[in-house]
Write a protein that binds this ligand. Sequence first.
Ligand SMILES: [Zn+2]
Length: 269
Amino acid sequence: MINYTERIALLMQDVVSRTPALSFINLREVLVFGRFGRPEAEGAFATCHCLTLPQSEPGYYFWRDRTTGELTRRSEWFVTKTPEVRIGSTRIKYLISFVLPRFCEQRLDRSWKSELYESENSWVAKLDTIVHELYHIDPAATGIRQFANANGTRSRQHGPEFYEEVATIVRSYLDSRPDPRAYEFLRWDFAGLQREFGGVVATTFRNFPSFPQRYMEPCTALPVDEDVKVERLKPLTQPSLYTEDDLHVRQFTDTSTRRLARKGAHRAA
Ligand SMILES: [Zn+2]
């Protein structure tokens, strides 16, 4: 079976090594994983998740009486935190998720991206998505790459330049004559991958379909006005630290996923 996320990670290594604009990225600090999503459903093909965002200032939710404006209820104090992901001794800074099988069905000729690539092969749409997510990694290491809007404010949305920059990187990568074995797995759609490799597997987290996400942690040290009803936060359902033991390999099909038994070789002695 083809390990799709592993292939993407290897391709990313090749792209980064041939692309000066991305050479600051240390892929040991980037973890690629799979999420499930049907091709016919709306949604992203891939997402870049930053794990270096700082803890938030303490805050709370509150509810007011509509007529009097009086505070009727509030949550306990909390801070929002990012879970830590460690693989061996390396702290992971970014997660990049690919939605399978949806990602595999991308085609340039069905996409607005065809405006950016005139004559290329249809699978280049997938390479474009991979580079797009890498391009979200901020060279200033402050999180997700931000952009100056025309009015001078900063935005997380990408303007047209983002897409053009990505397309320029994709074209110059292909012009650098990489070994086709690095990217040829992108030529197959999902049915083609299953025929060719006998199945598609990907790295996922133990709590699949969940994965490391920002969470709220109560701050019990801060005082609370006892006249107002205080709602407790929901108990934490995800770990605050993930390690290689939290990684599972799952097989993806058109309609579902299933966990594959972990190979002994993965475990440290
Ligand atoms: Zn984006």
